[in-house]
Design a protein around this ligand. Structure first.
Ligand code: HEC
Ligand code: HEC
Ligand code: HEC
Ligand code: HEC
Ligand code: HEC
Ligand code: HEC
Length: 408
């Protein structure tokens, strides 16, 4: 009797995985005829995307970096931590206890930090799990029995929650790597080059949170975070709708809003036009050339600002106003507020100056906001109101004569 039960279980244990595997219809993705999903088309875009080409997976495969920079680290992060607590993840990834002390085993030896061997760049199986689910559901989504899809919200480092539809997937990696306000205060006046925004604080910016907010000021957001369904995915992954505009480098799985078409930076307007009837693009100069600048040609979207925020006498396109405000802090002519202040933070050529002075916390906050807006890389498109408010207050903290009467 006992033996029979054992055999039945043993049979099940073998049969279940085999059955699960054979329910996958390989041809729905790998068939050259009648494939249900555009796997090869997605791959064409993915291969030229920053996810595939920037190559930081190996370099950033250390404690805490692996969850955003490696396929393996992200899959582990999703399985072990959901999207709920980046601070807790960082502790785990650094083998630290809740109180910040190093974890030790029973014998008193330090617990080694978990590091991914053979890490790879984020790829198809980072965001999707097709060989398990049989479709392209995102790892940030759950589907119920009736195939109703729910997007899991994502907690940011300052404990605010990002909940922007399928864009939650993007937000789970494209977030600042710290609580900017708290981290700036903790510096106790000492200027550090890096700041907590890291290189992709877009989720925080879209949500209008986690800048260094000055005492006595109130902060607001533009509409994009609430009116654009699926947030990041809508603007970054919609495909260009004009045939001549097609390039795997724009939209779709290149994840870009601006990409090269015949070697010219081209903006994908298809996703903006649904709401901005007459929007066009004009070629734009490179971003600000500081040590942190993003040195590439891009375009400005032709949406006029509501006021002349940077005070140059003209009401320009929103992105030009934001660039103008950044230039007020640091620029290539050497006359930015952070270059001409007592104990400057930047050299005349726009590169960082490791000053030994201590600064008032507000001025370190201004520096943190400068990084935050530069690293966001949209020049205000993600959330112009929040970006402009942070920059205007930052300029004022260094140059009290700066006119903030037009502050949104
Ligand atoms: C829902 C879509 C989907 C289904 C169904 C599917 N695959 Fe895949 N498969 C993919 C994707 C996406 C890749 C990665 C493609 C790439 O990188 O080129 C992949 C890659 C592969 C690879 C390359 C190895 C690897 O891991 O990159 C093999 C082999 C493979 N699939 C076999 C199968 C077999 C066998 C089946 C049926 C049992 C199947 N697939 C069903 C989507 C699917
Ligand atoms: C919360 C997710 C996250 C974590 C954790 C993280 N990064 Fe990143 N990192 C990103 C994103 C997103 C980008 C890409 C931003 C972009 O290009 O817009 C990036 C970009 C970078 C770049 C490229 C910068 C450039 O402009 O070329 C480097 C280098 C880097 N990260 C290093 C690290 C290191 C080292 C660690 C760990 C100490 C780390 N990252 C941890 C999300 C993360
Ligand atoms: C950084 C995350 C990410 C990566 C990497 C990624 N995808 Fe996707 N993929 C998405 C998102 C988000 C969507 C949903 C897009 C939408 O709703 O328009 C999607 C949708 C898809 C779809 C469905 C498209 C449709 O028309 O229904 C396919 C097929 C697909 N991806 C294939 C792939 C393949 C193949 C790879 C690797 C070459 C890949 N993806 C890599 C995020 C990703
Ligand atoms: C697993 C974490 C992760 C997810 C999920 C993710 N990204 Fe990224 N993304 C990164 C990292 C890391 C980089 C930089 C890669 C490197 O430096 O090697 C990057 C780079 C990029 C870049 C290129 C930036 C540049 O400077 O060239 C864009 C655009 C981008 N991501 C948009 C998106 C969008 C849109 C989504 C959601 C559909 C998304 N990402 C989802 C981690 C992620
Ligand atoms: C309203 C549309 C819109 C939404 C929503 C949006 N973006 Fe963007 N994003 C843009 C535009 C426009 C740019 C500027 C592109 C350029 O000039 O190269 C940009 C720039 C970026 C860049 C820098 C790309 C590069 O090549 O340098 C990244 C990364 C990015 N966005 C990620 C995100 C993420 C993550 C989200 C969601 C949290 C998001 N975006 C939401 C429109 C949008
Ligand atoms: C779902 C609708 C929707 C989409 C899609 C959309 N926007 Fe917007 N956008 C808005 C709304 C609403 C406003 C607020 C208008 C106002 O306050 O006067 C806005 C404002 C803006 C602003 C000015 C910000 C401000 O605070 O005044 C810019 C710049 C902008 N959008 C650029 C873009 C670009 C570029 C795209 C495409 C990549 C895009 N938008 C896609 C709805 C959208």
């Amino acid at each position: 009797m006992k033996k029979a039960v054992f055999i039945a279980f043993a049979f099940l244990a073998i049969a279940v995985p085999v059955m699960a595997a054979t329910t996958l219809d390989c041809m729905s993705c790998h068939g050259s005829t009648g494939a249900k999903y555009p796997v090869l088309g997605a791959k064409l875009g993915y291969e030229v995307s920053g996810h595939a080409t920037l190559g930081d997976a190996r370099y950033s495969n250390a404690t805490g970096c692996q969850r955003c920079h490696t396929n393996e680290g992200y899959v582990e992060y999703v399985a072990k931590f959901g999207f709920s607590d980046p601070v807790k993840y960082d502790r785990w990834a650094n083998s630290l206890n809740a109180d910040g002390t190093p974890m030790v085993d029973k014998a008193g030896n330090a617990v080694p930090v978990p590091v991914v061997n053979y890490p790879s760049q984020p790829g198809c199986f980072t965001c999707h799990d097709p060989h398990t689910t049989g479709n392209f559901l995102l790892r940030s989504q759950v589907a119920d029995a009736k195939n109703k899809i729910t997007d899991k919200p994502v907690t940011l480092y300052n404990n605010e929650v990002y909940d922007g539809g399928s864009g939650n997937l993007c937000a789970s990696c494209h977030m600042a790597r710290g609580n900017i306000q708290k981290d700036t205060i903790a510096l106790k006046g000492v200027l550090g080059a890096r700041g907590s925004s890291h290189h992709g604080p877009e989720a925080d910016m879209v949500a209008g949170t986690n800048g260094f907010e000055f005492a006595g000021k109130s902060y607001n957001s533009s509409s994009h975070g609430t009116v654009v369904g699926n947030t990041c995915v809508t603007c970054h992954m919609g495909q260009p709708n004009a045939r001549y505009g097609f390039s795997p480098e724009v939209g779709g799985h290149a994840f870009t809003v601006v990409g090269d078409v015949h070697e010219v930076a081209t903006g994908n307007l298809s996703n903006c036009l649904t709401c901005h009837k007459d929007v066009k693009t004009i070629a734009a100069k490179k971003y600000i050339n500081t040590s942190f600048g993003n040195l590439k040609n891009t375009v400005y979207f032709t949406i006029k600002a509501k006021a002349d925020y940077d005070g140059n006498g003209k009401v320009e396109f929103v992105q030009q106003e934001v660039q103008g405000l950044l230039d007020k802090l640091v620029n290539l002519k050497g006359n930015g507020a952070m270059q001409t202040m007592a104990n400057p933070m930047f050299k005349a050529d726009g590169t960082f100056l490791a000053s030994k002075t201590t600064y008032p916390t507000e001025q370190l906050g201004a520096y943190a906001n400068l990084l935050y807006v530069i690293e966001d890389k949209s020049l205000g498109v993600h959330n112009s109101t929040y970006a402009i408010e942070l920059l205007m207050d930052s300029i004022q903290s260094i140059d009290p004569a700066f006119d903030v009467s037009k502050r949104p």
